[in-house]
Design a protein around this ligand. Sequence first.
Ligand code: TMP
Ligand code: ASP
Length: 238
Amino acid sequence: MPISVLDELYAGKAKTLYRTDDSDLLLMRFRNDTSAFDGEKIEQLERKGMVNNKFNAHIMQVLQAAGVETHFVSLESDYDSVVRSMEMIPVECVVRNFAAGSLCRRLGTEEGIAISPPIFEFFLKNDALHDPMINDSHIISFGWASSEEIATMKATTLKCNEILTALFQDAGLLLVDYKLEFGRYQGRLILGDEFSPDGCRLWDAVTREKLDKDRFRQGLGGVVEAYEEVAKRLGISL
Ligand code: TMP
Ligand code: ASP
């Protein structure tokens, strides 16, 4: 039975959540808005929402099949998916397999150096503060999550790294880094938000060509074309 979409619950920089006639379910709409530098640069990129919606559906299903519980329920249409309603934890979980982005700026590390074992970092989800890096101690003392929830976020994010590194490797891609967000659902912490080239870095394994949102951040052009190339290599039909 098709779901009835009610009013808007929350609009982020690239997605909007709507309430539905089922209080357990939300509609997640992937918009064409593309944002960088905490919303400083925003552009509409034709088809981007559709590509990310289908990309995310594929990845969430892969993760679920491997035993990672996620909020994803179903692909509803080109731009929409149905997800479970959760209480989000206001932190971002980042794993890095190769040096790039803010790690290089913070530590002066050369871009592209392999990182072993992978680095795990927490950031506070707060655009006005430019998502500052935080640690377990901040999360516990400010009550953003419990120590058990911290352990779950770390273990699940690293488990996703094993699953997704292998998936992308088989498609000739390096999973450089990525960001995940979690939420509380029926007393458990489960994976929320999205996994798409907007929230990760993917390089061609041979040429190291950037095939993710760094193309937008760095003004390299061909942003959606790169996302579509990655989707094609993963066998995702758009
Ligand atoms: P960073 O190098 O800017 O810290 O980002 C690391 C990875 O996490 C990169 O793939 C982008 C992703 N990310 C987001 O998608 N949104 C965010 O707000 C942050 C901090 C990181
Ligand atoms: N997602 C964040 C933003 O829009 C950070 C980034 O991807 O650069 O602004």
